[in-house]
Design a binder for this molecule. Structure first.
Ligand code: DGJ
Length: 776
């Protein structure tokens, strides 16, 4: 809801209020963002500037210092010395601007962003405030969209030059928020290839924290999602603010704790290598920023963010639509495959229960390794002699959908495209471009290049029964230059706008194809991508223990319906870690399940285990993909727990991940979350079996026959026998399960019964949570 009273704007969601007012100078002053409040009069919320402060300059009246006011937006040159959301060279060549309130408008219609993706605006209302510079004919629109049900407010900025002469933008942040209080911490997600979105929490101390990317994409280094939380906020209690950006290019979020203990946070396009000249009549649209507040801790905040993504970001067709369990051939074959191999993997994948076969890199042109082929998407008939259409049909005939890998934004020097169109490459005239994974970047600032990608992909997508596309992008940008732009400070942003145009055209033409974006894993996991591709491959790292960190990090901002998670082989290809098949599945199940391994390496019993896993996932898929997700405090021993619950709290799944075993551990207690206190529930372990090879010479304790751990008998027996995990069952009211219940003791070398939980290093178990019908 949006209302206006006494020169103040009230933006209200179900649980939050955002209030600001126009003051006598025409500036917009933030009065409150946080918990929902009733306002009888504004006085308690007003900034009291009755003593002033030294070392400040005054805008007008006594004590009126821009440096001290909680401003909705700010500009250079009038005494605000905190981080600036806006930096423009005005008509007179100065950096000084002075924007004051002009008018407002409230609308039910979503105001379209012409150049970028935006949230869907379903059931939302928007407020547009226009500010005008006092000297020149330059306007700023501050656009707020209120998502009542999701407890989210989005903000963005449009700058319009109506003046005679050009102005130049050096920085235009999508939002600026000046908050009360100083006792905050900053949570952000950092990493790199195969270690994306690891959580980092730091105290906010005087100075400036910057979280940004300069790689051309939102990057695997620093994700655009950032949280401000109070010192004592936990996963379930306390105040926190979440921020994200609907943008896939270079982003920047800065948080300042100023000399007077005020917090300013802003996010938007990274000003790195950015400048944008606006001639008379031209405007610039900054991407949409997403803001949310919760007093129910970080889980509460994530629930807002997840709901927002599922209902206001993901394309309508894919909302709430269950995603297929896929098999991808990449980790099994890499570039070494032919049609026969693919069909035999597909046959096995179908037998195990997967629903979609994805043919990854290497099916086209000269692409037999990473030295060539990118840009030419004609099927390689030496590898796939029957062609894509027949291959797709054969896979369909097996009862599976067919999906295909592309890397549309890239070009190899060894490609027909490069030979015919070297000018499509992003490079600086006269300099040799740097290569990443042997490849160069296509210059998507050129409309001709965008058109080429659209028509080339469209041709392939029409040529075969393709129901899924993995859209990869495997390098950072370098040699950033385009002949297609007016000045080079535009290239990074124009590239992203070009990419969005391509996505827009292709996904509009093929709305029922499921697009999964990928960038060497999670190098472009952001809300911009999710506007076109409902799911994203989270990481090339499929080691479940590493995935716990990655998926947990992502879960702060992104729902499980967006996170691609696969079961792969062990030892793991990057960490060499040996992990149980059950744990690989249990981690992947908290996401969009897939399998990515050489299925011919599985023994009979592993095949049965996987068949059961997939069967179980299919019957719990709705809750695993769209349920409400909860994180838990890690145990003192480093254990991780996840939980999901469906909307009506009748079905949930709890995952317990040991990570490392401890000698003689204590007694585990589980405290479930998000279920009804009054409801009667049954909690049951999900059946799983373990590899007896894990026990090595310990088997001598249970077998009368002396067996050598690496000997033929045990190695052979592993193929025909797996040991069942213990099973537990509890029936109780929700309040008891939330207060805590004790589960069986763990194996610790003091004896074994079938009730003993055997986890060891990297062990895990799942439990289902079922509410009995008719109970309240
Ligand atoms: C990087 C992706 O993250 C992998 O899953 C795979 O598709 C390779 N690219 C193929 O080149």
């Amino acid at each position: 809801m949006i209302s206006v009273k006494d020169q103040a704007f009230f933006l209200e969601t179900k649980n939050t209020s955002y209030i600001f007012k126009i003051n006598d100078e025409g500036h917009l002053i933030n009065l409150h963002y946080g918990r929902k409040i009733r306002v009888e009069n504004l006085k308690p919320l007003e900034m009291k500037l009755n003593a002033g402060a030294g070392s400040t300059v005054l805008y007008g009246s006594t004590n009126y210092s821009m440096d001290l006011l909680p401003l909705e937006y700010s500009f250079n040159g009038k005494g605000d010395y905190r981080i600036m959301p806006l930096e423009i060279i005005m008509e007179d060549g100065s950096y000084v601007a002075d924007f004051i309130y002009d008018s407002y408008m409230i609308t039910d219609e979503m105001i379209p962003i012409k150049t970028l993706p935006q949230s869907l605006g379903i059931g939302a209302k928007s407020l547009v405030i226009t500010l005008k510079d006092k000297l020149f004919n330059v306007n700023i629109q501050l656009i707020y969209t209120v998502y009542e049900d999701e407890d989210v407010i989005t903000r963005r900025v449009v700058l319009l030059n109506k003046g005679e002469k050009a102005i130049t933008l050096h920085r235009i942040m999508s939002m600026n928020l000046d908050l009360l209080g100083e006792d905050y911490k900053v949570l952000s997600l950092h990493g790199g290839w195969i270690k994306e979105t690891h959580k980092n929490i730091r105290d906010l101390t005087p100075g400036i924290v910057t979280i940004e990317s300069t790689t051309g994409a939102s990057s695997n280094r620093h994700n655009p999602g950032v949280i401000l939380l109070q010192q004592d906020t936990t996963e379930d209690l306390g105040d926190c603010y979440g921020f994200n950006l609907i943008y896939s290019g270079n982003h920047q979020t800065r948080v300042e704790l100023s000399s007077h203990g005020q917090i300013r946070i802003q996010s938007g396009i990274n000003p790195h290598a950015f400048h944008w000249t606006l001639e008379n009549g031209e405007s610039f649209e900054a991407p949409e920023a997403v803001l949310s507040f919760s007093y129910e801790g970080l889980n509460g905040l994530s629930h807002h963010m997840h709901k927002f993504v599922n209902q206001q970001i993901i394309p309508l067709y894919w909302q709430n639509r269950e995603r297929p369990v896929l098999y991808n051939n990449w980790e099994a074959t890499m570039f070494d495959f032919n049609q026969r191999k693919i069909l035999s993997l597909a046959k096995k994948a179908k037998y195990l229960g997967t629903e979609l076969f994805v043919l990854d890199d290497g099916w086209f042109g000269r692409r037999v390794n990473d030295l060539g082929g990118l840009g030419d998407y004609d099927v390689n008939l030496k590898r796939i002699p029957d062609g894509l259409k027949t291959l797709g049909e054969k896979i369909n005939a097996m009862g599976m959908d067919f999906g295909l890998w592309f890397e549309p934004e890239m070009i190899s020097i060894n490609s027909a495209l490069y030979e015919s169109h070297p000018e499509y490459v992003m490079q600086v005239p006269g300099r040799d471009p740097a290569k990443g994974r042997q490849q160069l970047v296509l210059d998507l600032c050129q409309v001709e290049v965008q058109d080429y990608i659209i028509s080339n992909m469209t041709k392939v997508l029409k040529s075969a029964p393709i129901s899924y596309v993995k859209w990869d992008m495997n390098r950072h940008m370098s040699d950033v230059y385009s002949k297609a732009v007016r000045d080079q400070g535009r290239v990074f942003h124009t590239y992203i706008m070009g990419l969005y145009r391509v996505f827009n055209e292709i996904t509009k033409a093929f709305p029922k194809i499921l697009f999964e974006s990928c960038s060497s894993g999670g190098n472009r996991f952001d809300l911009g991508m999710l506007c076109y591709t409902p799911q994203i491959w989270a990481s090339d790292n499929t080691d479940p223990i590493e995935r716990l960190k990655i998926q947990e990090g992502l879960s702060y901002f992104y729902p499980m319906s967006s996170i691609g998670a696969h079961v792969s082989e062990s030892p793991h290809q990057q960490t060499l870690r040996n992990t149980p098949l059950e744990t690989r599945f249990h981690v992947a199940t908290f996401g969009l399940l897939g399998y990515e391994m050489d299925l011919h390496n599985l023994n009979q019993k592993e095949e049965v285990e996987i068949k059961n896993q997939i069967k179980w996932y299919k019957s719990h898929r709705k809750v695993m993909q769209f349920g409400q997700f909860y994180r838990f405090k890690h145990s003192a021993a480093g254990g991780v727990q996840f939980q999901v619950v469906n909307q009506d709290k009748t079905l949930g799944v709890f995952g317990n991940f040991q990570v490392l075993a401890n000698a003689s551990p204590g007694f585990d207690v589980i405290r479930l979350k998000g279920i009804d206190d009054q409801g009667l529930y049954q909690v049951k372990t999900v059946k799983a079996t373990m590899d007896i090879g894990r026990f090595g010479s310990l088997l001598k304790h249970v077998s009368k026959v002396r067996l050598k751990p690496q000997g033929f008998v045990i190695q052979n027996a592993r193929k025909y026998y797996r040991l069942a995990h213990n099973e537990e069952y509890y029936r109780a009211y929700g309040d008891l399960f939330k207060a805590g219940f004790r589960i069986n003791q763990q194996f610790m070398g003091t004896g074994y019964q079938k009730e003993t939980r055997i986890l060891g290093d990297f062990g895990s178990q799942l439990m289902t949570i079922n509410k009995e019908e008719g109970e309240e």
